[in-house]
Design a protein around this ligand. Sequence first.
Ligand code: SF4
Length: 99
Amino acid sequence: MSGALQVGSVPERLAHNRYALDEDESHIVVDQDVVRSTGCAGVIARCCPAHVYTELPDGGLGVEYAACLECGTCLAVAPEGALSWHYPRGGFGVSFREG
Ligand code: SF4
């Protein structure tokens, strides 16, 4: 017996999370004009661990907010004004669970 902790892969551990989707309101809104003018779609899309964003062919940024882990990384890399982000309304969003 090795005694090593078996934690599983990141995708396996993330699969234990639960999401309560707010279908009436996205907690992420993209300002496409700012995204296109600053050329930031790629860096925002690549930084997100949950693959919430998609870099669009026209330089815009697609968003599927349902899988957001609420980590805040996109806010740290996005130029000012590119994203409007707030935590989901009460009762919605991600619930982390031990995997
Ligand atoms: S807060 Fe984190 S998980 Fe959510 S969209 Fe931004 S980078 Fe992705």
